[in-house]
Write a protein that binds this ligand. Sequence first.
Ligand SMILES: [Zn+2]
Length: 282
Amino acid sequence: MKPSIVLLGTGGPRPDTARGATSLLIQAGEDNILIDAGRGVVRQLASLGVNLARINPVLITHHHYDHIGELHDVMLSSWLLGRAEPLRLFGPPETRRIVDTLLHQVYDKDIEFRVHESLNHPWQPVETTDILSGLVCETPNWRVTAEIVDHGNRLEFPEAFKQRWVCLGYRFECADGVIAFSGDTVDCPGLRRLAVNADILVHCCYLARAEINTPQMQRLADYTLACADTVGHIATETNVGTLVLTHHRQKSDAMLEQMRQDVVNDFTGPVLLGHDGLRVGL
Ligand SMILES: [Zn+2]
């Protein structure tokens, strides 16, 4: 069977009863690649019948809490449900620090409790690698590369913070085609590289054009998260096949459809509004 993606969460940081926070699953043969682990990801995987013990690897785009808020749950629940090998985890610099903090300072007692509670249940470690752009991981059947994207990086943060704020997008390639995931970003060279000629581009799209109606929202659309004024242009200029929108701010169904129309005006290929549980195959 050809690889497919499942949108596990299509919302943002604001609590949304209709959407989890942004997470994506790529299923390729026996492999389940999880990108990000925000609010609701474990529950969504369970409801889709995905065996959490078979999630491996996990790729993190960046360290906003709507992308890593349930990372502890993925690491611990996958083990609780029988993960029999180390969980390989990749993300931008300081991912390892975050994982180590969770495992050694927050949930260390929980892990020790469960190890001793069940005599035949040794801890399966998490092997974390901090990465920048380039090859992330590969098997004989597929490879994943990363690109650095621009998610607020031109805002006036203190220089020391800017050095630490690295955000990634990912590109999955196999014999059946290419799937790209923008992560959180505005248009930038890294995004273009990961999206070019992708059969499926999953792209953040936070606001419809009509919602970009205050200086603050304009600033957000220009510097932080791509919106309906740019996503269609990006897809056209990078020659993608199907465009899948995700990371939506809460809005009415009418405004959602308007956002899709904004994008359709700039891109002639199929444009799918994201919703939790949406599956798209190569
Ligand atoms: Zn973010």
